[in-house]
Design a protein around this ligand. Structure first.
Ligand SMILES: Cc1ncc(COP(=O)(O)O)c(C=O)c1O
Length: 395
């Protein structure tokens, strides 16, 4: 049978990057001693008060269709939160509730771009950007952020990627996988290009409140940017709620109206009991995400403390988020070989960062999403594995 060319556009190459993760999950299911550091899913439970809000809503029969863009009370709470974070006016008309930032990215891409358009994306980039942007018919022009320059964004690299087809820029700050938080200077460079060439900016801010060393700044807060910026955010990472699929888009009101039409065909609103849980999560906002931030900071320091002593590895200290990139080039292995051999030898699964773009070659991504003692154990296994490699290469 024939399929639409659309199915090609959504089958990005990065899909195979997950093979090691699935192998680890399968091995764990067989009872093997594996430690999965290849996914960004918080290990700790969603706060009991949030779960209780969902249960109560369920018991009260909150199991019917809801508003396509989300209940007014939830959109209001989101608008208030974003207004606080951004320091600019955000009204309920600027908010669409979606099934995670992922759904927001897909829906936004379909509403903004089409065949023949180009979207600038700093590379390395989060795995699903490729398929989401291609789904619209647009193509991606990568903005180079070389590893040698700390994966930082420059005006020169942005200018080099521009063409007369460029319609938008999509970035994540803080970034997965680099853990970089874009500075004011970097964002001003993006804003200048966006204003000059009349571009949309999609700003993925799912790790925006999980920063350690550098304050997160949204590009929407810069002059003249709110009218051309689409913010993606969610409760997945900040509130350990990945499986609840609660996210939102903050955008100019006309785009929210287009999203309303799309979501009517695509999602028809999140379940009411999930929205009630989301409301509770926003009520407890800083209390819940503040403790998540401390957990990740502690785990980051724990891994750094252990792996910094390994002379063949270079850890890139993340400024935010739940991931760390480790440069494995001095081991003499490609990042792909390193990840697979590490897994086979020790049961620790990490992701080859090449999956996020060519500049990730030579790096693996470690997630801080297992309990401290397991993370320490995994770090020790990595250190021991590299020590054996070192001995073997000296022989
Ligand atoms: C940068 C980035 N954006 C979006 C997502 C998807 O998040 P959500 O669960 O809100 O769909 C992730 C998940 O890992 C991510 O790392």
């Amino acid at each position: 049978m024939r399929y639409s060319p659309f199915v090609q556009r959504i089958s990005g190459e990065s899909v195979s990057a997950w093979d090691i993760h699935y192998a680890a999950i399968d091995a764990r299911a067989r009872g093997e001693d594996v430690i999965v550091l290849s996914v960004g899913d918080p290990d700790f439970a969603t706060d009991a008060r949030i779960c209780a809000a969902a249960s109560a809503a369920l018991e009260q029969g909150d199991t019917h269709y809801t508003h396509v863009l989300g209940r007014p009370a939830l959109r209001d709470a989101i608008a208030a939160k974003q207004e606080r974070l951004l320091g600019i006016d955000v009204g309920v008309e600027n908010v669409a509730v979606v099934a995670g930032a992922q759904n927001g990215l897909f829906a936004t891409s379909l509403c903004l771009f089409s065949s023949g358009d180009e979207v600038l994306v700093p590379e390395p980039m989060y795995l699903t950007y490729e398929a989401c942007i291609h789904a619209s018919g647009a193509s991606i022009a990568c903005v180079q952020q070389p590893a040698a320059d700390g994966f930082r964004l420059t005006a020169a690299a942005l200018e080099a990627a521009l063409s007369d087809k460029t319609r938008g820029i999509a970035l994540a700050t803080p970034c997965n996988p680099t853990g970089n938080v874009y500075s004011r200077e970097e964002l001003e460079a993006v804003a200048a290009v966006a204003r000059k060439h009349d571009l949309w900016v999609i700003s993925d801010e799912v790790y925006g409140q999980l920063t350690y060393d550098r304050e997160h700044l949204s590009i929407a807060s810069l002059p003249g940017m709110a009218e051309r910026t689409v913010i993606l955010n969610s409760l997945s990472k900040s509130h350990a709620m990945t499986g609840w699929r609660v996210g939102w888009v903050v955008a100019p009101a006309p785009l929210v109206r287009h999203l309303d039409n799309l979501l009517l065909c695509m999602l028809y609103g999140l379940p009411g009991f999930i929205q009630q849980a989301a409301l509770k999560a926003l009520e407890l906002d800083e209390e819940v995400l503040g403790s998540a931030r401390e957990v990740y900071r502690r785990r980051r320091d724990l891994v750094l403390g252990c792996l910094k002593k390994v002379s063949l590895l270079d850890c890139r200290e993340p400024e935010a988020g739940m991931f760390m990139l480790v440069d494995v080039r001095r081991t003499g292995l490609s990042s792909m070989d390193f990840a697979w051999r590490l897994f086979q030898a020790t049961g620790v699964s990490v992701l080859d960062a090449q999956a996020f773009g060519a500049s990730g070659e030579g790096f693996v991504r470690i997630s801080f999403t297992v309990a401290d003692d397991r993370l320490l154990e995994a770090s020790q296994r990595i250190a021991d594995f590299v020590a054996i490699l070192e001995v073997q290469s000296a022989d």
